[in-house]
Design a protein around this ligand. Structure first.
Ligand code: 2IT
Length: 399
């Protein structure tokens, strides 16, 4: 199970706006298809390498199993970064990437989607090139598409909304709710933005959020259309700086720091990238006395920091592979709609999202209890995911 079924590495050659050629590297680790077609995102970022794609693919396998939907696990991407690139450059890169990549995917084989650096625009260019090459509107070969090209309504919001649905179950366990809750988070990308929107809708407040340049403290919370829309604009203009939010709304900005350790919140939600919280930050988190640490981004905690946080008696820790699983779940709902050639309504998709996240939480709690580990959401998610993959592998015979 720790050995990927297949690892693909390929050359991507493309031309920038000055007619200069660039050579990047493309990756796809098709980890495990025992439960269904390989499924998982593509990440475009300058630090992408095979090691990162491999651990993300391994995590994805158990995450996808946890959803109880028929999908296997994979991850891919490139060391190309869309940051600072023109639309034309991003399009040419995506087309060059797919010119090689198309032979490895398909609606019953492998269905990639977005991740860091791959949003609706990139998926559009990638899917467009796939469709031209195969000569068929095979919608189910990629998810995260725009609704006008076979995408699912609510896919962009799904990961963030789902994380809040999961958090709601965690709070319910302790007789609490979202109303009046204060949240500190990192990241305000697609996922972080969805969390801000849903927390606001349900009567809580995101009072701290961090970006690459430092963190914002907005005691009134990131609430209402004006602030939420401003974040979208700010991100589109320059994804590396969140300080413009402080300038615009007259709130504090602390340069070069993370907000882990602030005391006047109820929940921490790291929703950026891997290894955001190391041992140094974990100690601050433990000292703060804040009772909930809900991972959102893929593996945002280093191994030693996660073990340390799980030892803290006052702290409930929830793992990213469960908390962020709604994104890939709605990707699978997109595949299901594509296969039926229909579109579901927002209400239909949202109801399924809530049910899937409740089921993931319940299955994790049950699995940890069954193995005598008490209320342990991290071990529970690992066990429940592992069990499904293992059972399917054994049922299909060892080879
Ligand atoms: O980490 C993830 O689950 C994703 N990037 C989404 C994958 C997907 O296939 O929607």
């Amino acid at each position: 199970m720790v050995e990927p079924e297949r690892t693909i590495e390929f050359r991507v050659v493309w031309m920038d706006d000055n007619l200069q050629y660039h050579v990047n590297r493309g990756y796809r680790v098709q980890y495990n298809a025992a439960l269904g077609p390989y499924k998982g995102g593509l990440r475009f970022a300058s630090n992408v390498n095979l090691s990162i794609i491999k651990f993300l693919g391994f995590e994805q396998t158990f995450k996808d199993a946890l959803t109880c939907l028929p999908i296997g696990g994979a991850k891919g991407g490139s060391d190309f970064s869309p940051i600072g690139r023109s639309d034309g450059e991003v399009m040419r890169f995506c087309q060059a990437f797919m010119t090689e990549f198309h032979r490895h995917i398909g609606q019953d084989i492998d269905c990639p989607a977005g991740d860091v650096g791959v949003g609706g625009r990139e998926v559009g260019y990638l899917y467009g090139q796939y469709r031209r090459i195969v000569g068929a509107a095979e919608f189910g070969a990629m998810s995260g598409k725009a609704v006008c090209t076979g995408g699912s309504i609510l896919r962009p919001e799904a990961t963030g909304f789902g994380a809040v649905y999961y958090l709601r179950e965690v709070l319910k366990h302790d007789g609490k709710g979202i109303e009046g809750l204060r949240v500190a988070m990192s990241g305000y990308g697609n996922v972080g933005w969805g969390i801000m929107k849903k927390i606001d809708e349900l009567g809580g407040k995101v009072t701290y959020f961090a970006g690459p340049d430092g963190y914002i403290h907005d005691p009134d919370g990131v609430c209402g259309e004006e602030k939420l829309n401003f974040i979208l604009e700010m991100r589109a203009k320059d994804p590396m700086h969140c300080k413009p939010y402080a300038d615009k709304f007259g709130v504090d900005f602390v340069e070069g720091q993370k907000c882990w350790g602030v005391k006047d919140v109820d929940v921490y939600m790291p929703a950026a990238t891997q290894n955001d919280v190391n041992m140094e930050w974990a100690k601050k988190i433990a000292e703060s006395g804040v009772p909930y640490y809900i991972e959102v981004g893929n593996m945002p905690t280093t191994n030693d920091a996660l073990a340390f946080l799980m030892e803290q008696k006052h702290l409930t820790v929830a793992p990213s592979k469960a908390v962020n699983a709604c994104g890939v779940s709605v990707s699978e709902l997109e595949m299901a709609q594509n296969a039926q050639r229909i579109y579901w309504t927002a209400e239909e998709v949202d109801a399924k999202m809530e049910a899937i996240m409740k089921n993931i939480y319940d299955a994790s709690v049950e699995a940890a209890e069954r193995y005598g580990l008490g209320y342990n959401l991290v071990a529970g998610a690992n066990i429940a995911g592992f069990q499904k993959v293992a059972d399917a592998m054994m049922a299909q015979g060892i080879f």
